[in-house]
Structures are given as C-alpha cells and as structure tokens.
Design a protein around this ligand. Structure first.
Ligand code: AMP
Length: 622
C-alpha cells in the first residue's frame, strides 16, 4: 500500500490507513491520530499550535457557515445566528430541553411536541445532526489539511450516558460529514485507553480494574465508574450535572469582583462589553491561579486581585457538588471509594489544583493528570481507531453486537440467543429437543434482527444436525451455542448431549451489512414492535394448539378402546373447534379452545392413570 509522507507539528507522519479519533465536545472538539513513528497518539494542531476547535457555528444571511474560533468571536455581536452547545440538543425533542431553553441565545423551534428539535438561523432551519456535521466536516478538513491525505473513516466519542437516539444522531452527523463512523466510543472509555488502562493483550491475565473517570469541562460535569476485564469496558454507573463546569467558576469570580466594585446588575446588563470583559478577566484569573498563588489585573481602569485561597473558598460549593455526584456514582455501582483502582481526570477544569485535591481525597488515591485533560478523550479515540485499523493486532477488539442473533423456533419465530448491544466476545447457549418421535435430524437456521418472525429478519446460515439417535419426541437434548469471538465471527454449534453428535458453522454477522442497513433494521423493529408482539402471541398460541391436537389425537388412537363413545364425540368436537380457532388465528379463542379440550380430556386421562397404577401394582403393564 502506498504511504504518504507529510509534516505535522509533531514531526513526519506517514500512515497507510487514516482512521482518525474525534472528540466531539460540547465546548471544544479535537481530532487525533496515531503517529506512525512513535506509535503514540497525537492531537492534530494547526500552525498556531491550537488543537481545540470551538464547537461553535455562525450562519450568515446567505446561509454560509463558519465553524470554530471565527464563529466564537461572533457569540457576543451576533448571538441569534451563533450556535453553541449543539451536543446538548443531539437526539432531543423540544419537550426534553424545554426547561433549559433559556440557556440558548439562538432560536430553538418550540412546537411543543416530541419531534426532534430544530434550530432557526435567519429563515433557515437546521437539525442538531446537520449542525454537528458541520463541526465534524471542519475537523475532517483540518485532518486532511494537516495529514495531506483523504480522511474518510473515524471513531467518535460520546458521553457514557448518551442513549441510542443520541448515539445514532452522532453517527448520522458523521455520515453527513462524509465520514464512515467505525465506532461510537464512550468518552470515559477513551480517556482510560489514553492512560493505557484496559489495554491488555488478548492473553493478558491482568485482574479486572475499577476506574473512576472525573470529567469537569466548561459547562458540564460527568463522573463514570467503569469496570474493565479482559479488554472489555463496562459502564457500572454514571452521574453528573449537565449544567455545572468551569464557566460557573468564572461567573462566581466575576460576581465577587462586581460586588467589591459596587457595579449593579442593571449596569452590567446595559454594558454588555463590560460584562463580557469581566467574565473574560475572571477566566484568565482562574487559569493563572492553577499555577500561581495570586492574580492581579485591571478592568475599566480599576485594579482587581484575588489569591488562590480566596478563589478556592469561592468555588468550594461547586467542587462539593461534584464530589456528591461521585459518591452517588459509587453507590449506584455498588462500590465504595476504596474499591476504585484508578482515577482519571478529564476536561480543562481539572487543571484547578483544588479540584484535583478534592477528587484525590474523595477516592483516597492520587489521580491521573499526566496527560493534557483537554486532549485525553481524543487521544483515546485515536488509540481505538488504531485498533480498528488492525495496526495493533495484539489488542482486543472492543465491540458490541449491533443486532440480535438467534435461531428459528416452532412457528417460524425468532428466538434471540445474543441480544443486540451484547459485548464481544460473547457466548450464549440454550437446550432444545425434538418435536417428533424417532426424529434423527434437526434443522438449525441462524438469523439476525429485531423482529419476532424470522421472515422479517436476515438469515445468516442454516445447517442440519444429523445422526441424532432415534428417540421419542422430547427426549434428545440438543444444546445450541453461539460464540462470537473477538474478531466478530460467530460460531454456531449444535450438540446432542446424550449421543455426543455435533455440528458447527461459522458466520460473519456483519458481512455485507452497511451502517444504513443496520439502522433500517432497527427502525423497522421499532415501527413494527406492536404488530410483531401481537403476531408472536398468535403464533405461540397456534403452536401450543397444534401440539395439543397432536398429543390428544395420538392418545385417542392408542387408547381407542379405553374411551367411552360420549368422550370420543366430545373430544372430537373440541379438537375440531381448536383446529378452527387456529385457522382463524384468534389468540384468545385458541387459548379458550385449549382449555376446553383440557377439561374434556382430564377425567379420562386421570382414569387411565389410575388404571395404569393399579395394573402396575398387579405387576402388569398396560
Ligand atoms: P473543556 O470543556 O474540557 O474544554 O474545558 C474548558 C474549561 O476548562 C473552561 O471553563 C476553561 O476555563 C477551563 N480551563 C482551561 N484551562 C484551565 C486552567 N489552566 N485552569 C483552570 N481552568 C481551566
């Protein structure tokens, strides 16, 4: 494969396969790759040395879109057309964000419905997916510009608490930006990967680890507790506050100075530039106090100052709130602080020494702060991208199954063995038996999908387990097991446990399925969920009814002489009735007919049982 040599801030970069890792943040976004020489992840920086792209867009009258630093400059002068915090809107309806709508200075369409929100800029409307796609496009352009090669594949991170709709929206945004999104990764997982946590080799025997990831950004706070075993990351709990971050510290400090100056709220309301200047000065002071003990500056000709101790006293209530969230997350995970093996710090606000101390004290251990807290998520995403590119064969492929996997059972129903979103590698098994006396083979059909009837799902494979010794129906024990290995290959095995005969087959569930098709399958299952459930209930009733007809008919044949004429007649009538109800597919009527047949057959079945016992006691067999 051809390689391209280029220069970035970190040196010469040559890479045959460009899969980038993207941290699509609420405030800032970044893109990172694995450096081909050092094999270490690096964030991509433009010549100005800045890796952060503000997640802000400006849309002008003609619909031209600017993203990043230039858009941020327009936040104060053109607030109604400058869109920030799009991430807060992803996968949300207006009803979801109604309480927070005052936070957005731009117009969000409030049609009071559960349909997804739209943002209005001028006379145009934009979906959050579309807006996020412009940010992703900017990151893609930046990557292509720096790497001097096309970038079409990416891993994108999302908060651990994002639901399916929000993850899907992020995937769609990637697609709109011309990116094939290979995986959506949880931000705390990426941050842990950046610190090398969970990067066990396939055969590594490292004991499981419990990790707390504390993420304090500009406007949001998240704490996640992860459990890592054999390279698989599991989110045990998440907690946080979607409106708590470093910006609140700026506001507190600005408020403190405002009071000491005697500036009124009205004055600040009218003098927007003074208000903005005060907030910016507060942020500068806050940052400086991360490395120095005092800050002195000037505003409107006045000198202002603050010491680190005073600042810490001011922000203590904010930090205490984050610690309370950590305690809740621990409780939800069923753990105590001493169970946590590692603590990872993420987000610009974790540079504040007081925050580090408080977190370290809460968990009773030093925190990981060696990496740049703004970059750690993007760096982890690049590591994940590298694993997916196959450049790191020693590592486990961390993945989940996008769709359920199962087999066809009686009545052409889908029986799920591995539900969708199961972790890979994964194993599942269940026992089945034969339906007919003397049955020596069993057909096993493997399907993928979310619908109740196999005809609506995707058939992956079919094979016959032959050589089952002839036995009465229900006696053979056939165990069907599904094993999905770390490469995503599914091995289906069928084994008759009494005789030991077995057969297996290998399938690639993902093969030939595009992301769009997977999505369509999921959408279909949601749309048809109610109808499918009803159909499944009918089919199950029909199957039960047919089995009942078969056993009763067999009984009648065998014990013809034992039954009275009236019993034969009433049984035949009940059988006909049941056949008829199965034909018309009326679930409740089928159940009623089964019940009736049971009532009729119960007396003679019991009589037969008594006779059999009596005969057996005489030492005879019937
Ligand atoms: P993020 O959302 O992770 O990009 O974090 C942005 C927040 O980190 C903003 O509130 C910044 O003011 C804050 N921040 C950045 N650098 C520092 C620093 N050196 N000390 C304190 N806070 C910082």
């Amino acid at each position: 494969m051809a390689t391209i040599g280029i220069n970035i801030a970190t040196g010469s970069l040559q890479q045959p396969e460009m899969i980038v890792g993207i941290d699509l943040g609420t405030t800032n976004s970044l893109v990172a790759v694995i450096h081909p020489d050092s094999k270490k992840p690096v964030v991509l920086k433009e010549h100005d040395g800045n890796a952060l792209v503000p997640s802000i867009l400006h849309i002008d009258d003609a619909g031209n879109i600017t993203v990043g630093d230039k858009a941020r400059e327009l936040l104060v002068t053109d607030p109604s057309r400058t869109i920030f915090s799009v991430k807060r809107l992803m996968g949300k309806s207006y009803n979801d964000i109604r309480n927070a709508s005052h936070y957005f200075s731009y117009k969000i369409i409030d049609d009071n419905t559960d349909s997804l929100v739209k943002v209005q800029a001028g006379d145009r409307f934009y979906s959050p997916v579309e807006l996020s796609s412009y940010i992703l496009k900017e990151l893609r352009n930046r990557a292509e510009h720096i790497l001097k090669t096309p970038v079409t594949r990416a891993v994108i991170t999302v908060p651990a608490y994002f639901n399916d709709a929000q993850r899907q929206a992020t995937r769609d945004a990637g697609k709109l930006a011309g990116l094939d999104v290979l995986r959506i990764v949880n931000e705390p997982t990426a941050a842990s990967l950046a610190y090398g946590l969970g990067l066990a080799g396939k055969n590594d025997q490292t004991p499981p680890q419990r990790i707390a990831v504390y993420d304090l950004g500009g406007g949001t706070f998240d704490i996640s507790v992860l459990y890592i075993a054999n390279g698989i990351f599991e989110v045990l709990s998440t907690n946080g506050d979607t409106f708590l971050g470093g910006d609140d510290a700026d506001r507190l400090l600005a408020g403190h100075w405002k009071e000491s100056f005697g500036i009124s709220d009205e004055e600040l309301q009218q003098n927007k530039s003074l208000s903005q200047e005060l907030r910016l000065l507060a942020e500068t002071a806050k940052k400086q106090l991360s490395t120095q003990d005092t800050f002195t500056g000037t505003i409107a000709g006045e000198t202002v100052s603050i010491t680190k101790t005073e600042f810490e006293k001011l922000i203590k209530p904010l930090v205490d709130r984050t610690i309370a969230c950590c305690e809740n997350a621990l409780r939800d995970a069923g753990l105590t602080a001493s169970d946590i093996d590692e603590v990872v710090m993420v987000g610009g606000s974790t540079r504040i020494p007081y925050v580090k101390q408080a977190v370290s004290q809460c968990f009773g251990r030093p925190v990981h702060d060696e990496l740049n807290p703004d970059e750690v998520v993007a760096l982890g995403a690049a590591i994940q991208a590298d694993i997916l590119a196959g450049n790191n064969k020693d590592l486990l492929l961390l993945d989940i199954t996008p769709l359920s996997l199962g087999i066809e059972t009686m009545g052409r129903l889908m029986e799920v063995l591995v539900p969708r979103n199961s972790k890979i590698p994964s194993r599942a098994g269940r026992q089945y038996t034969t339906q007919k006396d003397g049955q020596t083979s069993m057909r096993i059909a493997v399907y993928q999908g979310e619908r109740d009837l196999v005809k609506d799902n995707r058939k992956l494979a079919e094979f016959n387990l032959t050589g089952i010794p002839a036995m009465p129906a229900g006696l053979p024990k056939v165990e069907i097991s599904f094993l999905i290995n770390a490469d995503g290959i599914l091995v289906v095995k069928a084994k008759e446990l009494r005789s030991g005969v077995e057969q297996s087959i290998e399938v690639k569930p993902q093969y030939g399925l595009t992301d769009a098709e997977v999505e369509q399958i999921l959408m279909d299952s949601i749309q048809h969920a109610k109808a499918d459930m009803q159909t499944r209930a009918i089919v199950e009733a029909q199957t039960e009814g047919r089995q009942m007809i078969e056993t009763t008919s067999r009984f009648m044949e065998r014990h013809h002489d034992f039954l009275q004429e009236s019993e034969k007649l009433s049984t035949k009538q009940a059988l006909d009735e049941l056949k008829n109800k199965i034909e018309v597919a009326d679930k409740d009527a089928i159940h009623a007919a089964i019940e009736k047949l049971n009532e009729i057959s119960k007396p003679y079945a019991e009589r037969l049982m008594d006779t059999a016992i009596a005969e057996a006691l005489k030492g005879k067999k019937i």
